[in-house]
Design a protein around this ligand. Structure first.
Ligand code: GTP
Ligand code: SPV
Ligand code: MN
Length: 598
């Protein structure tokens, strides 16, 4: 093999890169330095290989389009594994393989997988370099699309290499698109080795290894050991006219509204109140207890990998402004003028275009079963820098992050879950998080619409036994003298006809207002079996007309349905056997008692 000049003296890093290159046999090794010049070269090469299409540079400067393989459009949870020495440490909710078996199986697939290609080495930091929160990773990949996405989503460049001169601790991330063969696709996590191996995919969450793989699965494992949180949460600030900003974090499962909430625009009816929203993050929160006894949070990422369908000037004007430039669009419709479109975009439906699969498309087309053919894939996405966002927080690079006043757990539930309610205390709050459930979306391969239990929106992302994770949550409560208050929200409750009862999006600020009022002890609440529910008059409905008794329906608690729900909760808890913290069984019993009494 060629002898390479490496821009690092870190011996562990040099040796690892060489070892992986020996396994994958690339023709060449290129180190990514985070410069604009190198990015331009990579883009140019990607246009030539067909990985990327240059979009209309007058209308969408710096924007490009990528299409994935047809069977590679969402995270593949069934091909995602936690590889701990003991199966028990991965727990009953994760797929497990022994590290030995996993390395062996994957090595056979990685062997020679980069022949004829370049191996790119991306040193990156999750979180501001030098912050007490931050973690360094190095991703090796044969995909220019991955490199260009990582340049938006993570911090890449000189400062990271300098940090690597001082520390040996980095997450070793290996990715090869190989043949994009779904039958040989594997997303493997080795938390005990601080290592991630991903092969035969080219889709976002499977291959941008800094995101779900490092910042949630590996990080959650480290967070337990080091007493912090790595969570699937947005972070946002709500500024009052007097300049005071309160920050909240919210965990909703994939494609359940984090991005939209994180950058909401206050609704007209509340405009007079003069709120201003600051977006800190839309997907991942790392949180630690600071010396003031409060929970402080950073967003380890620097970009959004957001859902395209339904993004428009009504639902998310801030995102529409963000994606006007420097954006990578994935699996959207290409219009004849080389701009892009997706279902639920602004304006007219284009009369023609090239669909996400690269085929000619016209509105109204149906497939062989008579189903409408989408122009954009339901999980089509854009990758865009957070600094483009008009509501981007001015504290993004603040090494200590922002203080969190409230944590919100939410799901997509047509029935049962009320618009909002508050836990009685931290332990009850952990119970509410642990008993979350949500309807599946297009963000993961599976049956869309099916309700599954998704504690803290982390079921696909917890890098260890979830019973220990619950215990960690309970223990963290004891480490804080001023713990955030814990709430549940559901924007997706429907009426008898299946229409959403709550308008959502910007109007969600009305609910956040109540949450902050509760945090600041400004309003009372109705104590119910499941938690504190707002008195309807405490939600400011100025300028919002809902059909009759919608608010009543949104806040209604159906005891019978909750007792039914509890059966599912118990069945879910049971699989953890003796590991499930006793406190959660206790909460279960108390809830059951309350529900049966009334
Ligand atoms: P991931 O990036 O997969 O983690 O998703 P996310 O949680 O950031 O979800 P996102 O904000 O992208 O929303 C996903 C889908 O939910 C989009 O189709 C949105 O239009 C829809 N959505 C978001 N917020 C609301 C809301 O308040 N009400 C309703 N009805 N739909 C919403
Ligand atoms: C999610 O599915 O929760 C996402 C998109 O945020 S992905 O990066 O694919 O995981
Ligand atoms: Mn997500």
């Amino acid at each position: 093999m060629k002898v390479y000049k490496f821009p690092t003296r870190n011996k562990k890093l040099r040796e690892w890169v060489i070892k992986m290159a020996r396994l994958c046999s690339p023709d060449d090794i290129v180190w990514i330095d985070g410069t604009e010049e190198q990015k331009k070269i990579l883009q140019q090469e990607a246009f030539e290989t067909g990985e990327l299409t240059l979009l209309n540079q007058e209308k969408l400067p710096g924007c490009v389009l990528h299409r994935t393989a047809v069977n590679d459009v969402a995270r593949t949870e069934h091909l995602t594994f936690i590889c701990t020495r003991e199966k028990h440490d991965a727990g009953p909710t994760n797929n497990w393989m022994s590290p030995q078996a996993a390395y062996k199986k994957a090595k056979a697939v990685f062997k020679g997988s980069m022949k004829g290609r370049t191996m790119f080495v991306i040193p990156f930091s999750m979180g501001p370099v030098g912050s007490p929160f931050s973690k360094i990773g190095v991703e090796l990949t044969d995909s220019r699309y991955v490199v260009l996405n990582m340049l938006i989503m993570t911090r890449v460049g000189e400062a990271v290499l300098r940090q690597l001169e001082q520390e040996d601790n980095f997450t070793k991330c290996l990715h090869s698109k190989a043949e994009l063969d779904i039958n040989k696709r594997m997303i493997l996590h080795f938390p005990e080795d601080n290592t991630i191996w991903s092969v035969n995919s080219g889709y976002g969450g499977n291959v941008l290894l800094g995101k779900k793989c490092l910042s949630l699965r590996i990080a959650s494992f480290l967070a337990r050991r080091e007493h912090w949180f790595a969570e699937h949460m947005l972070i946002m600030g709500i500024e009052e006219p007097n300049g005071h900003i309160e920050y909240i974090a919210a965990a909703f499962p994939s494609a359940c509204g984090k991005t939209n909430l994180a950058m909401l625009v206050p609704p007209k009816g509340l405009a007079k109140k003069g709120y201003r929203i600051w977006t800190v993050g839309d997907d991942i929160a790392w949180m630690r207890v600071d010396s003031d006894g409060k929970l402080w949070a950073i967003n380890p990422e620097t970009g959004f990998f957001g859902v395209a369908p339904k993004t428009n000037m009504q639902t998310n004007p801030n995102m529409m402004a963000t994606i006007k430039k420097d954006t990578i669009f994935t699996n959207v419709l290409l219009k004849p003028d080389y701009t892009v479109w997706w279902e639920g975009a602004d304006g007219e439906v284009p009369p023609s275009g090239i669909d996400w699969q690269g085929r000619p498309w016209k509105p109204g087309m149906v497939d062989s079963e008579g189903k409408p053919v989408n122009g954009a894939h339901p999980n089509s996405r854009f990758t865009t820098p957070i600094t483009n966002c008009p509501s981007a927080s001015f504290r993004l690079d603040q090494p200590h992050g922002v203080p969190i006043s409230a944590i919100i757990f939410g799901g997509r539930r047509q029935h049962l879950a009320p618009l909002v309610y508050e836990s009685f205390n931290w332990q009850h709050g952990v119970f509410l998080g642990a008993t979350m459930a949500s309807e599946l979306t297009a963000a993961q391969v599976g049956q869309v619409g099916k309700v599954r239990r998704d504690p803290m929106a982390m079921i696909p992302f917890c890098g260890y036994n979830m019973a220990y994770y619950f215990k960690h949550w309970l223990e963290m409560g004891k480490r804080m003298s001023k713990a955030p208050r814990v709430f549940c929200a559901n924007w997706f409750r429907t009426d008898e006809k299946g229409n959403f009862l709550w308008p959502g999006f910007g109007e969600n600020l009305r609910v956040l207002e109540w949450i902050l009022d509760r945090c600041n002890n400004k309003v009372g609440a109705n104590k119910t079996d499941i938690g504190y529910i707002p008195y309807p008059t405490d939600i400011d409905m100025t300028g919002l007309e809902l059909s009759e008794n919608s608010l009543g329906k949104l806040l209604y608690i159906d005891k019978k349905a909750w007792l039914e729900e509890l059966k599912g909760v118990k069945a879910f808890f049971k699989q953890f056997k003796k590991d499930l913290p006793q406190e959660l069984w206790q909460e279960c019993e108390e809830l059951e008692k309350r529900l049966k009494k009334g």
